[in-house]
Design a protein around this ligand. Structure first.
Ligand SMILES: [Ca+2]
Ligand SMILES: [Ca+2]
Ligand SMILES: [Ca+2]
Ligand SMILES: [Ca+2]
Length: 654
């Protein structure tokens, strides 16, 4: 149960100087554990906000079982009183391995399953390096890293890799040439060649994210790049080159844009674009500890000086751009109700249908502020059900520093579940979809919370790496404060990725970091995308490493399971690349769900093709596609262990 305490009864907030108080007014932190109580809490909160009271909630739930609850007041729900630039849990005791390494950069074992091998060097990806500011990471703009997108830009049937880079102060001031993004063309032989220069997609701005979609329905994937500074919309010219049309299209913006997402929210067959904003930033006057306007407390972590923010800094609003169909877009953020009037710190976003009404809903992962879940009403507007849905906060009713969003049906019950990565000293919430857009954070219940606490997570994805028909979970990790390597806090700047194996939709097991494999490698992970890079039916993983070369986790799982993949092509009333389509595959006595999505993870886009493992089954029993146009079709069972193209209008109507 939950107790709501009027803010004014906790008068010590008034003792805190104005500059130290949280940036957003009216935070409502309500750990309500079921739909009915959430609605009740919502009503109460709304009423109290109207009375211009601020509330905090204190959880009195006896099973509120995280280490957070060990800390003294103010704590759960008392986040507004917490100090520090990021919102995370209480300091946890260090977890060290036998060699006294933090578990984030240790815990390796000699024997165990060999599932992934990092082949970045052999594949040619280490010829490129991501750059973002200076190694000291004095300012927040240098610390967040960039995304990665998997797309087949030349339509040769093989996935290529686009890696965004940040920039440097010297480049921004024109003193040196800027770092470049990479476009690695897949040579079909296990190697890749960087063709970014020739393709005209080097960006050269302070880049954060990418999101792929064929926004003009010409059959060729285009790339949106979110920057600090003007964004890029790289239109695919069909000849291996792209042209930046962002300004003409009206999507350039100009301050700090982050992980975008594409989706046809209004059902007109054209893909619209959502771009979250992070912090409103002035490169010439970066926020430093003790500066006017940014308090010391927002520049500290565990009592040590670190880069300031995001709390204490002004939030940059979010933007929804409606696709006009003539190469231009109209900003409809306010009309649609997704403008982020609270000024929360958006890092990534995802259009996905969470309540199975065929309309794309919108998720925004916010750093150190509540997440947004906007339900699509179908009339061009959205309902903000962030709190009522349970997605705004974690199980303890506390805001998290959300970095990445993974969406996938891990239970094979037809409902999209969500997994968010968060800061160190905090567990990573798995939000189980209970239906009716109602989510429950069940990380502790599934025993996958504790091992994630020391890690600082970024890109993440549901994907079935062993083709057993159950979606597994992977996350890239790495800290934002280099100082953690000098402190006995049990975390590290470079961290290993985490892979959870799904056990029949009931539990997850953390797969061991076997020495010599990709799970025992450490780096400052950021963007993550999954895809079948070698068309062998096994999903690989690419991670964009901050200030380093990317990791390419080639899937070498020894399983002999069968698989099938689908490339979907929408008809005249759907986006041509079928973003927003849902496919239900029945095989092996299971009905699996796959969604064509663009965005999510951390500022990254995965393989647009839908991949399904089918275990030991050798036949597919049914294929049911729900197209963005609203039509539903069944397709005859194809041969397995191959990639199949499905076109809207060529299936059988039910
Ligand atoms: Ca290709
Ligand atoms: Ca296109
Ligand atoms: Ca929906
Ligand atoms: Ca699996």
């Amino acid at each position: 149960m939950t107790t709501l305490i009027p803010q004014r009864s906790l008068d010590f907030l008034s003792l805190i100087p104005e500059a130290l108080r949280p940036p957003a007014e009216g935070f409502l932190l309500v750990p309500c554990r079921n739909h009915a109580s959430r609605i009740a809490c919502m009503a109460l909160c709304v009423a109290l906000v109207a009375g211009s009271h601020r509330l905090v909630a204190q959880s009195t739930t006896p099973d509120s079982h995280t280490a957070d609850t060990q800390s003294d007041k103010p704590r759960e729900g008392g986040q507004p009183f917490a100090v520090g630039g990021v919102n995370t849990g209480a300091a946890h005791p260090a977890m060290l391995d036998a060699e006294h390494r933090p578990i984030t950069a240790g815990g390796f074992v000699k024997d165990g399953p060999v599932l992934f091998q990092d082949i970045a060097r052999q594949a040619g990806l280490t010829t490129w390096k991501h750059v973002m500011g200076t190694p000291e990471k004095k300012f927040i703009i240098e610390a967040n890293g960039s995304g990665v997108c998997l797309l087949d830009y030349d339509n040769d049937g093989w996935l290529d890799i686009y890696l965004v880079s940040g920039s440097t102060y010297e480049a921004e001031s024109g003193k040196t040439a800027p770092p470049h993004a990479a476009l690695f063309h897949n040579n079909h032989d296990g190697t890749f060649t960087n063709v970014a220069e020739k393709a005209g997609v080097t960006n050269g701005r302070w880049g954060f994210g990418c999101a792929v979609a064929d926004y003009d329905n010409d059959g060729w994937p285009d790339i949106f790049v979110s920057n600090f500074g003007k964004n890029r919309l790289y239109h695919n010219n069909h000849d291996g080159t792209f042209t930046d049309v962002a300004e003409k299209a009206g999507v350039a913006l100009g301050n700090w844009s982050t992980g975008a997402t594409w989706g046809d929210y209004d059902g007109d067959g054209r893909l619209d674009l959502f771009v979250p904003g992070y912090v409103h930033y002035d490169l010439a006057n970066p926020p430093a500890s003790g500066d006017k306007g940014v308090a010391f407390s927002f520049c500290q972590f565990r009592g040590e000086n670190v880069s300031c923010g995001p709390r204490g800094l002004k939030g940059e609003p979010d933007h929804l751009f409606h696709n006009n169909g003539d190469g231009t877009f109209t900003d409809v953020s306010e009309k649609a109700g997704v403008a982020d009037m609270n000024g929360y710190y958006g890092l990534t976003s995802l259009f996905v249908d969470v309540n199975n009404d065929g309309k794309l809903d919108l998720l925004v992962g916010n750093d150190s502020t509540p997440n947004y879940l906007y339900l699509n009403k179908g009339d061009g507007t959205f309902d903000d059900i962030s709190y009522a849905s349970g997605y705004a906060l974690n199980e303890n009713g506390r805001e998290t520093a959300t970095m990445g969003i993974a969406a996938g049906d891990y239970q094979n019950n037809g409902l999209i579940d969500l997994y968010n990565t968060t800061f160190s000293d905090d567990y990573k919430p798995l939000y189980r979809n209970e239906g009716d857009a109602n989510f429950t954070d069940i990380s502790y219940q599934l025993k996958i919370a504790e091992p994630t606490v020391p890690f600082l997570g970024w890109g993440d994805a549901f994907f079935d790496y062993d083709n057993d028909g159950w979606k597994d979970l992977i996350a890239a990790n790495g800290h934002v404060y280099p100082i953690v390597d000098k402190e006995p806090w049990g975390t590290s700047f470079a961290q290993r990725p985490l892979l959870f194996h799904n056990l029949g939709g009931k539990q997850f097991e953390l797969m061991p970091a076997v020495e010599g494999t990709a799970l025992a490698q450490t780096y400052v992970g950021r963007g993550l995308a999954v895809g079948d890079l070698f068309n062998d039916g096994k999903l690989d993983v690419v991670i964009n490493v901050m200030d380093g070369s990317p990791a390419l986790l080639r899937n070498v799982s020894p399983d002999k399971h069968h698989w099938i993949e689908f490339k979907l092509i929408g008809g005249s009333k759907s986006p041509r690349d079928a973003i927003g389509a849902t496919l239900y595959l029945t095989a092996n006595k299971m009905r699996q769900r796959g969604d064509v999505l663009s965005g999510g993870s951390y500022a990254s886009s995965s393989d647009p093709r839908l991949h399904f493992g089918i275990g030991d089954a050798t036949v597919v029993d049914d294929i049911e596609v729900h197209w963005p146009s609203g039509s539903t079709e069944h397709f005859p069972a194809p041969q397995i262990d191959r990639i199949v193209t499905l076109r809207e209008g060529q299936g059988l109507k039910p």
